[in-house]
Design a protein around this ligand. Sequence first.
Ligand SMILES: [Zn+2]
Length: 282
Amino acid sequence: MLWRLNFVQKNTLKLFDAHCDTLSKDGKLQTARRGQFAAYTQVYAIWGDRHCGYKNRFIPQLEKYRNAGSPGLLAVEGAHLLDCSLANLELAAEEGVRLLNFTWNNANLLSGTCAEEPFRGLSELGRKFAAKCAELRVLVDVSHLSEAGFWDVAAVSRMLNVPFVASHSNSKALCDCPRNLTDSQYKAIAKSGGVTGVNLHSGFLAAGGTASVADVTTHICRFLELDENAVGLGTDFDGGITPPEGLETVESLVRLYEALEKTAGEKLADAVFYDNWARVLQ
Ligand SMILES: [Zn+2]
C-alpha cells in the first residue's frame, strides 16, 4: 500500500485519458474519482456497432453525458453513429464533440478499417469529413481506421495544416496486431502536432494477451524514443478490455505513473499523463 501513501502525500498527479467507453455502459461516469487527482480530464466516447446510428445511439449517449453535467470531453467512435452525415457532424460539433473516429471496426461510407476492408482508404465523403472536421476544430482520430485510410488522413492533415490523433492505439513493433500503429504511423501523427494514447488492453500490449504494468511502460517508452511530445494515455476503460493486473481502475493508474517516472523521469511521465493531450485538446 506504499504507493497509495506516497500518492496521498504528493497529490499532484494530473490525468488526461483520451478514451473510455463509459457512456455506452450502465456504469457511472467517472466523476467520483476526480477528487484524487490534481486535475483529471476524461474523454468520453459515444460508441455503438454497425447497427447503431444518430437517433438510436448518438442522442441517448449524448443525453447521459449532458445529465452528468458534462464532466469531460466528448468523442464519437465511428461516423456511422452520425449516419455518415456532414450535417450531423456539424450538430455533433455544436454539442461539444472534439474527436471523431471516422470508423470503429466496421467499414462505412468514409473508409475501410483495420478489421474490415483494410485496403480501402478514404472515399470522397471521407475527404469531405476531414475538411469539415478541420473547419469545426474536431480532431480526426485514426484508431480503428485502415492503414490506407490512415495515410489519406495524414495527407489531408498536412495539406490543411491541422493535427490528427490516435486516441487509443499501441506500438505494432512491440505487439503485431491490426489495431496497433507502426513507428512511421506514430511519427506521422507526432509530426502533425497530434498525440497517440496508449491503450490498456492486454491483447494490444503483449503477443500472448497477458500483459503487465511493465508492458505498458515499454509501449510508452518506444513511442517516447520516436518523439517525446506525442504520447499520452487512452485507457479504453469500459470498452470490454482486459487490462494488466493492477491497472483495472482509474485510481490504480498511479501505479503506472510510478513505474513510468522510474523509467522515463518525472517530466516525461507528466507529459504522458497530462501535458501532451492537454496541449492538443485544451
Ligand atoms: Zn475503440
